[in-house]
Design a protein around this ligand. Structure first.
Ligand code: IMP
Ligand code: MG
Length: 175
């Protein structure tokens, strides 16, 4: 699969993604069903994951969207930029942040600080993908769909310079 100027190959199939997402929905359902959680979806990357995950839940859920980015091309730029809209109704809620991937952790370290300052009852972080070897911030990830090696992936919401978010599997760059 060619995306922009690089070749990618299938890394996590459609079927495996579906299993991962359903597994997360079951775990969250068990832990949160009676806690009226607020799901805060990080745009843009999480939109596909969030759409599938939220529809896999078997209770009625409250959803809000924020946008917060730190990535340019294949490398983290290090500083999370502040194009962020934090919903006002976070106070007193059990928040679950829905993220596509935690890489260096820069984005989530900043965002978790920001959201905690709005006095939620609790905040948990759920991510579809996690690159543990790449983490350099002190970020606690509460729910991980799948831990992966430190390679660049695209598809299922994740982009390479804006491209590939619509791919229905997750692809990894060929070295
Ligand atoms: P972090 O701040 O370094 O943890 O990066 C977080 C953001 O970078 C994620 O929300 C993604 O949008 C993006 N990102 C990190 N790794 C990848 C990747 O392998 N492919 C596409 N985007 C990525
Ligand atoms: Mg993202």
């Amino acid at each position: 699969m060619r995306v922009k100027d690089r070749d990618f190959e299938v890394f996590i199939s459609k079927e495996e993604i579906e299993k991962i997402v359903k597994g997360l929905a079951q775990r969250i359902g068990k832990d949160y069903e009676d806690r009226n959680p607020l799901f805060v979806v990080m745009l843009n990357g999480s939109f596909v994951f969030a759409a599938d995950f939220l529809r896999s839940l078997d209770f009625v859920a409250d959803v809000a969207f924020v946008r917060y980015s730190s990535y340019v091309g294949m490398n983290t730029v290090g500083v999370a930029s502040c194009d962020i809209v934090i919903p006002e109704h976070v106070k007193g809620r059990n928040v679950i942040v829905v993220e596509d991937i935690v890489d260096s952790g820069v984005t989530m370290a900043q965002f978790m600080k920001d959201i905690k300052s709005l006095n939620p009852e609790s905040v948990a972080l759920m991510t579809l993908l996690f690159k543990p070897d790449s983490l350099r911030e002190n970020v606690k990830v509460d729910y991980v769909g799948k831990a992966i090696e430190n390679r660049f992936v695209v598809g299922y919401g994740l982009d390479y310079d804006g491209l590939g978010r619509n791919l229905d599997a997750i692809y990894v760059v060929k070295e």
